[in-house]
Design a protein around this ligand. Structure first.
Ligand code: BJ8
Length: 430
């Protein structure tokens, strides 16, 4: 095994804390992932990427930087990767999905801040994230109030933070705000890299990201089969890896596993018996290594068949039209695609309701589990109307609030087992 200690030291990581993080990750991964039965062979690639997520991938990024390429870190699916690729950059996701140095984060942030925000502060303050340390630009965004205000403080810790302003509504003037902001981001990337974006460069960037999204759509569609050909945990992992891996290599690996899943479906093979209660998860994003809820659901007799989440379908839905032949036309199609993202920070947000309903139908879900991180007001508040709407449609739904700690695992398991049992009975009776 390659020793990356010097590389991590050069990035300024706290080696002791970083070792502790990797050990924790390795053991959780073994317990949750490697222990699953009947995994598709194609998951071997994603296991390998995960095992090298702080190793080989970081080395690749450092090698790319040595060749003059820039790395852009982002916390949100509103940051258009197409533009980053158009300046020969590499975009990586920075959202952190684990509690780390929480005491330190709480010196900067109120305790009543969502775990995701505290987590990215904790990873920075604890000096354990190689991605943020090597990023040439870190992009924040004005989405929820928590993130928006936290970035004001985060800028002290991460001086290369750049904040995109995002609109809060979906009116024509809001689309103009988004376009202005994407043009400002484009200028910033050009300034950072010295590369001017032209039609060919942008179209190439669009094509690479479209291919990645198309592969993820293909994977999502295959999960409509009963028995489900892949576990929700593994599908989530693939969606998480999408934020770190080299896009064309990732796309190839996703298409390869889809080929394998198609054969499984043809042979009637699955990871759980036909008729296992099928769950759709909807809500806040689940960043690596936030696997708590899916692990509980899939060890409680359910199988997850879709994620209405930014690490999932909300983040990957819709492609960018590649046909424009001017820079302005291509920028417009990028804005059109991203403006459709139905994050709960938008008001009103009827598209999300419709998407949850149609995903439940498309993937033959028997029930919906709405997941909010504690203190995440946009998703917690929006869950009320989602519950009302799904009840009207006779789709069983359960709302959960949790964080990254393990303290509520027992309580969650009891509630989820009861819900899965209730869904099972309603499926049998229908
Ligand atoms: S587009 S979901 S990635 S903002 S969980 S920090 S909302 S208080 S993460 Fe998100 Fe972009 Fe929207 Fe997606 Fe705030 Fe809620 Fe915390 Fe959240």
């Amino acid at each position: 095994m390659t020793d990356y200690t010097q590389m991590w030291a050069d990035l300024g990581l706290d080696l002791e804390a970083h070792d502790a993080l990797l050990n924790m990750l390795g053991s959780v991964y073994g317990d949750i992932y490697v222990s699953q039965k009947n995994r598709p062979e194609g998951m071997g690639y994603f296991d390998f990427v995960m095992s090298e997520i702080h190793g080989l991938r970081i080395k690749e990024l450092l090698d790319a930087k040595a060749e003059g390429r820039k790395v852009i870190g982002s916390f949100c699916v509103f940051v258009p990767e197409e533009l980053t690729l158009a300046v020969d950059g590499i975009q990586v996701g920075l959202c952190a999905g684990a509690d780390f140095a929480t005491d330190e984060s709480e010196k900067y942030l109120p305790r009543s801040t969502c775990a995701l925000i505290k987590s990215f502060f904790g990873f920075k303050l604890g000096k354990v994230c190689p991605y943020i340390e090597l990023s040439d630009m870190v992009v924040g965004e004005t989405t929820c109030d928590g993130k928006k205000k936290a970035y004001e403080i985060f800028k002290e810790l991460q001086p290369n933070l750049y904040v995109l302003e995002l609109p809060q509504m979906k009116n024509p003037q809001d689309r103009e705000i988004l376009k202005t902001e994407y043009l400002r981001f484009k200028d910033e990337l050009e300034k950072l890299t010295g590369i001017t974006i032209n039609v060919d460069r942008l179209r190439k960037g669009i094509e690479i990201v479209n291919n990645k999204r198309e592969a993820l759509h293909r994977l999502a569609a295959l999960r409509a089969a009963d028995p489900a050909p892949i576990s929700g945990l593994d599908a989530l992992l693939i969606n998480q890896v999408a934020f770190y891996d080299d896009p064309p290599r990732f796309t190839e690996a996703v298409n390869k596993i889809c080929d394998e899943l198609e054969v499984r479906i043809k042979n009637g093979e699955g990871v759980a018996p036909k008729g296992t209660p099928r769950m759709l998860i909807s809500g806040c994003p689940m960043a690596v290594p936030n696997w708590k809820l899916p692990a509980i659901i899939e060890s409680s007799g359910g199988i997850i068949v879709g994620e209405e989440s930014c690490v999932g379908e909300r983040g990957e839905r819709n492609l960018v039209d590649e046909s424009g032949d001017t820079l302005d036309a291509l920028m417009d199609t990028i804005v059109d695609r991203y403006f459709q993202i139905d994050c709960a920070v938008y008001t009103p947000n009827p598209d999300r309701l419709q998407h949850i309903e149609s995903m439940a139908k498309d993937y033959n879900a028997d029930g919906v589990i709405h997941y909010s991180l504690q203190f995440c007001q946009p998703y917690m508040i929006e869950s009320y109307s989602i519950e009302q709407k799904l009840r009207e449609e006779n789709i069983p739904v359960m709302r959960l609030e949790t964080d990254y700690s393990q303290e509520d695992t027992g309580q969650l398991k009891t509630r989820i087992e009861t819900f899965v049992e209730m869904v099972k009975r309603s499926v049998v009776m229908s």
